[in-house]
Design a protein around this ligand. Structure first.
Ligand SMILES: [Zn+2]
Length: 250
């Protein structure tokens, strides 16, 4: 599979296509074109970027900011820094807010985004490609960033396309491993939409591999989860993988 190149974190989702059923999106069997903000990289994973306030985004009320601040001070001290020097004074509070944001999906149910469905007699593949995400590797607490491609075969019910992106966004906002992220998204769609088939392909770059350890910049990790027809029928699986590969950006 051609792999997408420089990957950036997307922290907001354009709501202009909120709740739009797939049938309105494409005359083809697949919905390939997402609004710019979802289909291509936006802002970098930069903690200084303005935080988009969206009432639909989960709030992690259980994050104890003060304890994180204290822990960050200890880490700075432990590496031989002076947490009280001017440049570091506000760092603990900033890091605490960043963790609250990165782990905002920890105590929420991403499946709630799939609760509102539309009845459609459409039984071909629905595909949303290039859903960018930024998650946190649970082994090193370093980000991994990439794109998810989601396809499903409806059984009389379709969901607004932006909801698939919201599911990815929320599942990513936890301490994660890519394999689990991929499977969780597939299971949610299969379960909540009663989809006849689900295919999720995720490609991403892991900071813990590129900036430390073996230090292999440019290495990509690819994972997939197939459910239902896409798992049992090799022709359907080949078809959906071909669609995911087609016009791959990057
Ligand atoms: Zn890691």
């Amino acid at each position: 599979m051609p792999l997408a190149s420089p990957l950036f974190c997307k922290r907001t989702i354009d709501v202009s296509f909120e709740d739009t059923p797939v049938a309105h999106h494409s005359s083809e069997a697949t919905a390939m074109n997402l609004p710019e903000s979802v289909s291509s990289g936006g802002s970098r994973c930069d903690v200084e970027a303005p935080i988009h306030v969206d009432p639909n985004e989960p709030r992690n009320e259980r994050v104890d900011l003060k304890r994180i601040e204290a822990a960050v001070r200890v880490i700075l001290d432990a590496v031989g820094e002076n947490p009280d020097r001017e440049g570091l004074l506000e760092t603990p509070a900033r890091v605490a807010r960043m963790y609250a944001e990165m782990f905002a999906g920890l105590h929420s149910d991403p499946g709630r985004h799939l609760a509102k469905v539309f009845t459609e007699q459409y039984d071909e593949i629905v595909l949303v490609r290039d859903i960018s995400f930024c998650s946190m590797c649970e082994h090193h607490l370093l980000p991994f960033t990439g794109r998810a491609h989601i396809a499903y075969l409806p059984s009389g019910k379709v969901v607004g396309l932006s909801k698939l992106a919201r599911v990815v966004e929320e599942v990513a906002r936890r301490p994660q491993v890519q394999e689990r992220l991929t499977q969780t998204v597939a299971d949610l769609i299969e379960d909540r939409l009663s989809a006849r088939g689900v295919a999720v392909v995720v490609e991403s770059t892991h900071s813990c591999m590129t900036m430390r350890g073996v230090r292999k910049p440019g290495s990509m990790c690819l994972t997939s989860a197939m459910r239902g027809t896409f798992r049992t029928d090799s022709k359907s699986r080949a078809e959906v993988l071909n669609l995911i590969n087609r016009h791959t950006t990057g």
